[in-house]
Design a protein. Structure first.
Lengths: 293, 365
């Protein structure tokens, strides 16, 4: 088992949570533990959760804590090796052949290789954190391919040979869980399910992300959002929406709109679906009333 | 750690496997290492390490914790931890969600497919339903609607293929004589079949499931759900090649045969589970139902509106529509009529098969 030495100052979940907080990300104990274990065991970290609970933000914060550059691979259906690994710069290669004439030219030199995220991460595992975003959007072939990549951390380029990482890079995968991932992939990862934060924590997140928002406003918005999440909505508001709603309402209030109205006017920031808005409209006052109490 | 203290850590993965969680040896190893890394300062640390390394999904966390408590705290296993998955509440995916393996197959040649369709028509005329369903399954790969994929394949097209162009150049000392082209592959669209199994559909549900079996066998990516008072996913059961075995397995999963009809609510449940709703996106959605709704028409209309927004096309097949003089009378049917791409005959399996083949063809033209 490859036990990796964790960076100085991060030798436990608690110090890691503190460091993440300095990077403007509030992690609960479960997430801090999972992230610490992923770093210490040298395994990829798999984060699942509803859209908007801060999975990608967690990856960004972790990269900034480690002082590394974040390389992001956004998945989509039909993603293939050319988009994930590497691609040759064909136009430049063709030009090179033309220019070389009778002479010799190495067409597979570095200057003709376009490194895509997976290769970038392998080339400098100490300087980069690899984020494989929304893996559930990719199809099964790509997932199976990732399996191989995540266990060996090698990429073979037929024209050049095999590229091997000097140490396993830090890898974070996120999934919205629109479909179940393969057991084999989950097994290779340290897993954490990010749920909606509890109200106190969410209020803290709101105030950290939007400095203009008052404590009282944050508490009200969080209460109202939790009410909204209990309604049968097509797209319940995530943490990002909470922050934006609080910011928008604060802005309107500064323009002279009185309090409960400011929330109601800014609802479009939290709910972005016409059906949801219609459903909520008659209940909004009660929800906000509960928030004011 | 003394061996005696180690015992529960080794017993835990065993217990997990017993409860139906996958637990590989390497996970056990990492779990032990993780516990060592964390201190552990208490049982909470051990629990968090277990969560991180065995990764139960959010829907099975309760069961997982029950196993954990049983092994580490000596609490007895509660009954729900071992309850059959089918007993769980509505819209529980009793089988786990796994998409079909997705080979990017090109459609077979035109001659073969039309032959399959001819066979379908002939078996139909002979009154041979089993033969007709077999021919239907064979005709599907050619007939189901297609969409463009992100992936490319060589062939005649307007897009240049730099990779092959470059290979040719090297072969010809840097000269290029013709520019190879590539085009986007075609993929079968997903097909979502929702079968009403309520009392009013009693005569047709068996037939509809036989057809669903043929559809799952012949199509590349098909999902089948039954709707009644609740929602059940039967795709996995129907994937079994043997029809009798598949149907009896599916019948066992469905708990609300011939019950009341709450179509609107069952559809709303379907749409509120993100991974089910994601399946409807861009799919050909087919509802086999008479539309006799016990709940109010509003729920059904709202749900159909959302399905319409997600799906590529919505096809409603009603046994009542077998009668050419049929006009939708109920409030619910009239309200959803504008949301449908077609209202067709859903009385018998061959009729449904003909509708699907015919619709897919028409839409392609």
């Amino acid at each position: 088992m490859a036990l990796r030495r964790t960076p100085p100052g991060l030798d436990g979940p608690a110090p890691l949570a503190r460091a993440l907080r300095e990077a403007q990300y509030i992690a609960d104990e479960g997430l801090a533990t999972a992230a610490f274990l992923a770093l210490a065991l040298g395994k990829p970290l798999l984060l699942e959760g509803a859209p908007g609970v801060g999975k990608t933000e967690a990856a960004k914060a972790l990269a900034s804590v480690l002082g590394r550059e974040l390389v992001r691979l956004q998945c989509y259906e039909g993603i293939d090796a050319a988009a994930a690994l590497y691609e040759w710069n064909f136009p430049r290669q063709m030009l090179a052949i033309r220019q070389a004439g009778e002479g010799y030219v190495n067409l597979y030199a570095d200057e003709y290789l376009i490194a895509r995220p997976l290769l970038q991460a392998l080339e400098a595992p100490r300087d980069r954190v690899l984020l494989i975003d929304e893996i559930d959007r990719a199809d099964h072939e790509f997932e199976a391919f990732l399996l191989e990549f995540l266990s060996d951390f090698t990429i073979s380029i037929p024209e050049r040979g095999t590229v091997r990482a000097s140490e396993p890079p830090v890898v974070i995968l996120t999934s919205n869980r629109t479909r179940e991932l393969h057991e084999a992939l989950r097994r290779r990862c340290v897993y954490h399910w990010i749920g909606y934060p509890d109200p106190a924590l969410e209020a803290e997140i709101v105030m950290m992300r939007a400095s203009s928002v008052a404590r009282d406003t944050a508490a009200r918005v969080v209460a109202a959002v939790n009410g909204l999440r209990a309604e049968p909505l097509a797209k319940p508001p995530g943490v990002a929406e909470t922050v934006e709603w609080a910011e928008a309402a604060t802005l309107l209030n500064a323009q002279g709109v009185p309090w409960p109205r400011a929330f109601a006017r800014a609802i479009g920031v939290a709910l972005k679906d016409q059906d949801d808005l219609q459903w909520v409209a008659p209940r909004l006052e009660a929800l906000l009333g509960g928030a004011a109490a | 750690m003394t061996p005696a203290a180690l015992a529960p850590f080794l017993a835990f993965p065993q217990a997990l496997r017993g409860a139906g969680f996958p637990a590989a040896p390497e996970q056990t190893q990492d779990f032990l290492a993780a516990v060592g890394l964390l201190g552990p300062r208490g049982i909470a640390d051990i629990r968090r390490a277990a969560h991180a390394l065995f990764g139960p999904g959010p829907d099975r966390q309760g069961e997982f914790d029950a196993v954990f408590d049983a092994v580490f705290l000596g609490r007895s296993l509660m009954a729900p931890a071992e309850g059959a998955p089918e007993d769980l509440p509505q819209a529980r995916d009793a089988e786990g969600f796994q998409e079909m393996p997705e080979a990017e197959e090109e459609d077979p040649s035109g001659g073969e497919a039309t032959a399959a369709e001819r066979l379908f028509a002939r078996a139909l005329a002979a009154g041979d339903e089993a033969g007709a369903l077999l021919a239907f399954a064979r005709a599907l790969p050619r007939s189901l609607p297609k969409r463009r994929s992100r992936r490319m394949r060589p062939g005649k097209g307007r897009l240049a293929d730099p990779r092959r162009a470059f290979r040719e150049m090297i072969r010809r000392d840097g000269e290029i004589t013709r520019l190879p082209a590539r085009r986007r592959r075609l993929r079968e669209r997903r097909v979502l079949l929702l079968v009403d199994v309520s009392g009013s559909m009693k005569a047709g549900t068996d037939g509809a499931l036989r057809l669903a079996h043929a559809l799952v066998q012949g199509g590349e990516r098909v999902e089948v759900f039954t709707l009644g008072t609740r929602l059940t996913r039967v795709t996995r059961a129907l994937r079994h090649r043997d029809r009798a075995a598949a149907l009896s397995h599916a019948a066992g999963l469905v708990a609300d045969w011939d019950g009341g009809t709450r179509l609107g609510e069952a559809l709303a449940v379907f749409l509120s589970v993100p991974r089910f709703a994601a399946f409807a996106r861009g799919a050909l959605a087919i509802v086999v139902s008479d539309g006799l709704e016990r709940g109010g028409p509003e729920a059904l209309t709202a749900a159909m509106g959302r399905l319409r927004g997600l799906a590529w096309s919505v096809l409603w097949l009603s046994p009542l529509a077998a009668d050419p003089a049929y006009r939708p009378e109920t409030g619910a049917m009239r309200a959803i009529l504008p949301l449908l791409d077609r209202l067709g005959d859903g009385s018998t399996p061959p009729a449904i098969a003909r509708e699907i083949l015919g619709f897919a063809k028409g839409a392609r033209a």
